[in-house]
Structure formats: structure tokens, C-alpha cells
Design a protein around this ligand. Structure first.
Ligand code: G6P
Ligand code: ZN
Length: 542
């Protein structure tokens, strides 16, 4: 029954920031998916008879890869495969299912916020028993294995009907199709005061949510509409589509512009939110006010105790290095530990497992807590709703009150997309070389105080990660960070993160563009962006 198929390695199966991501035609190459899945299994030990969770964001090619994963996981000796109905599991829901059912691990099929379709992106990611993305050690082992792999195991079994909830006995094991939403919605009910949020909606509070034709649609319908009483008409794009309706399922002001426009309208809703392809990112917009992910992290950390799941207080906060330092101000004021990690949710896993932090966040629209080991879009929306239900203030009032307490970190990210890879690599390498000579240079009324290449030392497992982004610090507390994206599939994307602190008695109501204008000019000069790339401005500003 079990077949061993000979294969030869592909040289390009190195996982990036978040798993292996490529265009669909790459994954369709004969043996490509099989090689990578087998490399994942070969890099693990002790899974015989254990449970594997498999699910994805519903994008094009999802079901095909799930059928392959079922055959291969059973052939490799897993005892039970848990799959979301129709192959759907949001990334945070998959993390929860892995934890709740004590699975050995999980395979999550997604390219997150990247477009889907026959010529668009696909991705495969492995998560371990804690429900979180595999560590760098594990992804490194998977890659090493992929370079020498010479056979994979599979078996000849009929396609499993993914639409029918229930248990199917197949040769050698069991496949269980589960409701992708119920366990997750139940978990949310344990963390948040659903009764208070229901009262908020009953009092006329209006929320607009954009699922971006991606995975969170069914979750939003169940949680916001059915369990909390939100207006169903205010739920946009809640049917998951294999190509996300031809859009970028990336919840930012560029790709969720319809929602943004609604929120900026005179008679707009009180609260707007969106989530990405696989449901782990979030966008939060108050009436007339966008909340940056960095500010949202700080504001949620400062108010988390208002939700039952965090009433006892939080253990600490972690943020990725390029994320603004707004959260640090909250940690400092509250006497909490604050950790700075490299970009990528996987770096929070050890801190969460060790109980050192409760809330984590990234500038890339990810916020989450120790309830799962992934960032969680709807969790962030629900925590905001819980805070709004308790404080009965608008998002703008809460934000202004926050800045008046902790000061304001004006912040923006400028992305230069689809750059020629060699040009981008050269630009970063040259900047790295110039680092020592930057100190003492003056730009306008600011002088560079320090400049380095961020290296992280994990206190929990002792591992180190170098070259995680170039940081330039100014004498007034401002900061510029440069990093090449680790998730793109076309050329290189340079991300420039700009930040400037204004104390609580300073000017807290500037437009971000104005507040950061001179830093933008300095950032270009320092890295020679326009000189080297010919680009006069960023493609996307968030
Ligand atoms: C994924 C990860 C995030 C990370 C982001 C960075 O979304 O899940 O944890 O922040 O990638 O993306 P980038 O394109 O900046 O490497
Ligand atoms: Zn995502």
C-alpha cells in the first residue's frame, strides 16, 4: 500500500520569514510539493501514530496539496489527520487546533497576504506541537533535507471528501474533517466579555469588517454577527475565494481602501477592521482615525486588563525590532519586561512558551497573545471591541488619551517593491559597510548617535540570529530601520521604517507625513535609495 517514490532535490526550497512561498506553477512542478512535505517529515522525529493538523486559507491549489499531504502523512506513519472543512483553517485557528487536540504539529497552506490564483502565490509552513511556526533550527533542518532528498513516501488512497464533517477511516489511519470555526470561536469566548460587546452593539455601535474574500469570512459571520450581534450588512467580502476576488488580501490602507474610505466618511461607522488571506493580520481604523499596528500593540497592551482573559495583568510585552517603540513606553510605565526580537512571529514562540510575555506585536499588522502561537487578526479586533465596550469612548479618544499618557511615536513604513535583487542586496551591503562612518553625521537638526545591524540572542534557547536589519539611531530618539522583506516572491522589497518620539507634553496631533518628512529625506540620503534604484518615492506607505 505504501509506495516509496524516487525523487531528486530542488535547490530552492529554503523557507523564508514564514515558510516556503513561491508562485503556484513552481509548486505544480512534478514532485515539488512532495519533496518539501517529505523534507518536513524527515526533519521530525517521533510522530508515528500521532496527529497532524492540515489546513489553509482556501487559496488556489489548497485542496490539491491537502490531498497530497493526507496521502503522504499517512504513508509516513501519522495516525490521525485533522483537517478544517473544505480545507479551511485560519492560521490562528490552526494553531489553536494543534494545541487543543495535542497534535504533533501542523501544515498550514498559505501565502498570507499575497495574491492567490493559478499564477499567483502559494505557501507551505510547518508548525510544531506548541502551535507556533517552526524555529529557525527546524526550518534549517527541513531545508538541509530538501537538498539531499532522494525519495518520498505516499500511498494510493481515494480522494477524501473535504466538505463532509466527520471521521473517515483510511488505510493506516484516520482522517477527521472538523468545523474550522467552532473551536476558535469558543476560545475567543473564554478571553473576551462577549456580553459586554453584545451590549455595545445593541447600543447602536457600528462596526464594518472586511474579510477581503479570504479565510476570516466564516469566522467573522459566526463571531461578530451570530455571537455578538453585529450588523450582517457591515461584513464585507466574507466568502473565501481561491483568488481573493483578484485582490491583495493585505489589510492595509492601500488594499482595504473601500473600508478606509467608509471610516473617513462624515457619517462613517464607529469601528473598522480587516484581516488578511490567512487571518493572522489585522487592520484597525477608528471613525476618522487609522491606528498603526505599532500603536495598536501599545494601546492593547495598556488596556488588555479590561478583558477577562487578561484581567490578572500581562507578564510582559514583545515586539519585533522594526516595530515602533510605543509598546516599550507602556512596559516601562507599568514595570513590565519588554523584548525586542527579529521580524517573524516565530521569534515570539520561546518567550510565550516560557511565560515571559503575554502580548506580542509587529509593525506588519500582527498582534497576538499567549492564547495561540500565531498572530491573530480577529483576536486583535475582539480585544479592541472589548476595550471599547468597557471604556465607552471612541477609538480616537482612546488613542489621544494614550499619547497624552505615554507620548506618541510617530511612525511609518515605506516600501520599495520589486527592486532588482542584486541592486537591493548591493545597497544593503554598502550601507552595512558604511555603518561606522555614519555616527556623528548630521541631517537637519538631528545627529546620528549610533548605527548597527540588529542581532538577536534568544535568552530561552540560547540561539543567535544575526543581520536582522540595519538600525540608525538619532540623538533625539528618532530611528530609521532598513530591511529587505523575507516574504516577497518578485524581486526584492526594501522596507524603511521611520520613527520619531514626541513626549506626552509635546505636539501630539501632527500629520504623520509632516512629522516624518525630514526623516524620509535622511533615510534616502543615508541608504542612497534613489541614487541606486532610481526610485523617487516608496510604492507603498503604511
Ligand atoms: C510574515 C510573518 C510576520 C512578519 C512578516 C514580515 O507575515 O508572519 O511575522 O512580520 O512576515 O514580512 P517581511 O515581508 O517584512 O519579511
Ligand atoms: Zn497572514
Amino acid at each position: 500500500m505504501i509506495e516509496t517514490v524516487e525523487t531528486t532535490p530542488f535547490r530552492d526550497q529554503k523557507p523564508g520569514t514564514s515558510g516556503l512561498r513561491k508562485k503556484v506553477p513552481e509548486f505544480q512542478k512534478r514532485g515539488y510539493v512532495e519533496n518539501f512535505l517529505q523534507s518536513i517529515f524527515d526533519a521530525q522525529e517521533g510522530y508515528e501514530g500521532k496527529t497532524l493538523v492540515v489546513g489553509g486559507d482556501g487559496r488556489f491549489y489548497n485542496e490539491d496539496v491537502i490531498q497530497t499531504a493526507i496521502r503522504m502523512a499517512l504513508a509516513n506513519g501519522f495516525g490521525r489527520i485533522l483537517i478544517g472543512q473544505n480545507g479551511i483553517l485560519s492560521t490562528p485557528a490552526a494553531s489553536n487546533v494543534i494545541r487543543k487536540y495535542k497534535a504533533f504539529g501542523g501544515i498550514i497552506l498559505s501565502a498570507s497576504h499575497n495574491p492567490g490564483g493559478p499564477n499567483e502565490d502559494f505557501g507551505i509552513k510547518y508548525n510544531g506541537a506548541n502551535g507556533g511556526p517552526a524555529s529557525e533550527t527546524v526550518t534549517g533542518a527541513i531545508y538541509e533535507r530538501s537538498l539531499v532528498i532522494d525519495r518520498y513516501k505516499t500511498m494510493d488512497i481515494p480522494q477524501v471528501d473535504l466538505s463532509r464533517i466527520g471521521r473517515v477511516d483510511v488505510a493506516g489511519g484516520v482522517v477527521e474533517i472538523i468545523d474550522p470555526v467552532a473551536d476558535y470561536a469558543d476560545l475567543m469566548e473564554t478571553l473576551f466579555d462577549f456580553a459586554a460587546i453584545r451590549d455595545l452593539f445593541a447600543s447602536g455601535f457600528r462596526m464594518q469588517f472586511d474579510a477581503m474574500s479570504a479565510v476570516t469570512g466564516p469566522y467573522a459571520e459566526e463571531i461578530f454577527v451570530k455571537r455578538l450581534g453585529a450588523d450582517p450588512a457591515a461584513m464585507m467580502n466574507t466568502t473565501p475565494l481561491p483568488d481573493f476576488g483578484g485582490h491583495h488580501p493585505d489589510p492595509n490602507l492601500v488594499h482595504a481602501k473601500e473600508l478606509y474610505a467608509a471610516m473617513m466618511a462624515e457619517d462613517g461607522p464607529d469601528f473598522g477592521a480587516a484581516s488578511d488571506g490567512d487571518g493572522d493580520r489585522n487592520l484597525i481604523i477608528g471613525k476618522g482615525m487609522y491606528v498603526t499596528p505599532s500603536d495598536s500593540l501599545a494601546m492593547l497592551a495598556a488596556n488588555a486588563h479590561l478583558a477577562p482573559g487578561y484581567a490578572k495583568g500581562i507578564a510582559g510585552i514583545a515586539r519585533s525590532m522594526p516595530t515602533s517603540q510605543a509598546a516599550d513606553r507602556v512596559a516601562e510605565a507599568r514595570g513590565l519586561p519588554c523584548f525586542e526580537t527579529p521580524t517573524g512571529w516565530k521569534f515570539f514562540g520561546n518567550l510565550l512558551d516560557a511565560g515571559k510575555v503575554t502580548i506580542c506585536g509587529e509593525e506588519s499588522a500582527g498582534t497576538g497573545s499567549d492564547h495561540v502561537r500565531e498572530k491573530d487578526g480577529l483576536w486583535a479586533v475582539l480585544l479592541w471591541l472589548n476595550v471599547l465596550a468597557v471604556r465607552r469612548q471612541s477609538v480616537a479618544e482612546i488613542a489621544r488619551d494614550h499619547w497624552a499618557t505615554f507620548g506618541r511615536n510617530y511612525y511609518a513604513r515605506h516600501d520599495y517593491e520589486a527592486l532588482d535583487t542584486a541592486t537591493a542586496d548591493d545597497m544593503v551591503a554598502a550601507l552595512r559597510e558604511r555603518l561606522p562612518s555614519l555616527v556623528g553625521r548630521t541631517f537637519g537638526n538631528r545627529t546620528i548617535r549610533a548605527a548597527d545591524d540588529f542581532a538577536y540572542h534568544d535568552q530561552v534557547d540560547g540561539s543567535s540570529s544575526a543581520k536582522q536589519g540595519i538600525r540608525v539611531f538619532f540623538d533625539d530618539g528618532a530611528r530609521i530601520v532598513y530591511r529587505l522583506s523575507g516574504t516577497g516572491t518578485t524581486g526584492a522589497t526594501l522596507r524603511v521604517y521611520l520613527e520619531r518620539y514626541e513626549p506626552n507634553d509635546g505636539n501630539l496631533s501632527m500629520q504623520t507625513n509632516d512629522a516624518l518628512a525630514d526623516l524620509v529625506t535622511a533615510a534616502d540620503e543615508i541608504a542612497e535609495i534613489s541614487a541606486r534604484t532610481g526610485r523617487v518615492s516608496a510604492d507603498v506607505i503604511t
